[in-house]
Design a protein. Structure first.
Length: 142
């Protein structure tokens, strides 16, 4: 009797990691994005994460770096390709930045293996489950 197939690695990428992937095509976040596109892991998102990603990319400070069409295409690829779950119930005070609490809640409620962030407010969380990794640490695992 054959063993059941192993479950694919499931990951939440902080919007900052996704933004870096778009803005710096040679960086570690971009390598993670390409690995996701090639099926190396499953990306889990929620409406709040997509809204934050799109809202930040449309800020005036990014207009010289990405066009509105590039933002539309990037967000649509993520929206279509990622596993979308409902916005999580947020437990406040988990992180130093209240705006990051939803990411921890999303990672926990969606039963992902890792939350990946470049944000020190998240990567400094030593006891949270699932673990918070830097983009480079996830790349090492993959």
């Amino acid at each position: 009797m054959a063993a059941p197939p192993a479950r694919a690695l499931r990951v939440v990428l902080d919007p900052g990691v996704l933004i870096s992937a778009l803005l710096s095509p040679r960086g570690t976040p971009a390598r993670l994005y390409l690995l996701w596109l090639s099926g190396e892991f499953e990306l889990v998102v929620c409406p709040h994460l997509i809204e934050e990603l799109e809202g930040v990319l449309r800020r005036p400070k990014f207009r010289d770096l990405v066009t509105p069409d590039e933002v539309d295409e990037f967000v649509e690829i993520i929206r279509r390709g990622a596993i979308s779950v409902e916005n999580p119930v947020i437990i406040e005070g988990v992180t130093r930045d209240p705006g990051d609490d939803y990411l921890v809640a999303l990672a926990q409620s969606a039963d992902v293996d890792y939350l990946v962030a470049g944000d020190k407010d998240l990567t400094s969380l030593a006891t949270v489950s699932p673990p918070v990794l830097s983009p480079a640490a996830l790349l090492d695992i993959l």
